[in-house]
Unconditional design. Sequence first.
Length: 339
Amino acid sequence: MDEDESSFLRACRGNRTQRTPVWMMRQAGRYLPEYRAVREKVSFLELCRAPQLCAEVTMQPLERFDLDAAILFSDILVVFDAMGVDVEFAPGPRLPNPVRTTSDVARLRWGDPREELRYVMDAVRACKRAVTGRAPLIGFCGAPLTIISYLIEGGGSRDFEHTKRMLFSAPEVFEGLMSAMTSLLVQYLQGQVEAGADAIQIFDSWAGALTPQDYRARVLPHVDRLVREARGFGVPVIMFARGNAHHLEGIASTDADVIGVDWTMGLSTAIDVVGEDRVVQGNLDPMLLLGAPETLVARTREVVAAGRRARAHVFNLGHGISRHTDPEMAKLMIDTVHE
Ligand code: CP3
């Protein structure tokens, strides 16, 4: 298959496709026994730093399922390697030295990811060689808020206390971090596109932590710049923010080619918000893959039907696939989308 003819890329560019293209967030991961077999031999970070293994793991779900896109195997948090910031996965991310004060921020190094994340660029090239003729390759990064929240909190968080303390008590420090991080992410995406990524997805996993007012005023301008500059590299950009229900309008105000929709909102309602002239991606609740097959099939058909009202629709889960998923259920969902 020629990548230019792929239903995924055509849908991203706003063309209605005969068959709804489908891929799954976290499609290469622990729900696959062949992934777990690789992980018995190497740690998660060793895997991310071994381009050949990344290509192998990226291909695993494509060998099993009729997927319309592949995604680079990596993580949004490896970007800290360009900044000399340590991160561990146990299995959730942990940063032993969180950045909270003005002097912590001043000590940060803003390396060029095109140089310092060579192993990611090599992984893109290796994945691209592996997927060519089979499917387009999606590159990705975290959105600036999501990345700096890990930096400030020192890991995952429920309340984002430290991030919000900075936002509300030292707004200029927050702004400086957001701005510098956005510039670094632009370079990172440029490197991935130059290495062969056919599309880009930006993950704002923690968008939902902020009020609509703060997201719009303090975050959206940076997301808007990241999307605009990434589009300038010539590939479609998918913008996925979790906590959609209150940020979707803001996200739709960016130039993103595709608006990712999480599972917390009905796809039809999301299309009302973003407009029928936009391309949407989403949004089956990944936990439906843990339920009864008949329920999965019925709900998958509902999402496909709802997507027909959009300019074009890329079927996906509304968040990453659960590690407890039976791969046969993923197959059933994908085949249902295509039927
Ligand atoms: O298949 C793919 O989607 C590509 C690879 C990918 C991973 N992480 C692999 C991974 C992508 C695109 C990501 C994005 C990512 N990473 C996000 C944004 C999406 C989201 O979930 O909201 C975030 C917030 C992270 C940070 C991160 N990485 C967390 C919170 C964890 C722990 C998750 C857990 O369930 O334990 C990771 C680790 C991680 N990233 C794994 C994988 C396959 C599991 C690691 C393992 O093999 O032990």
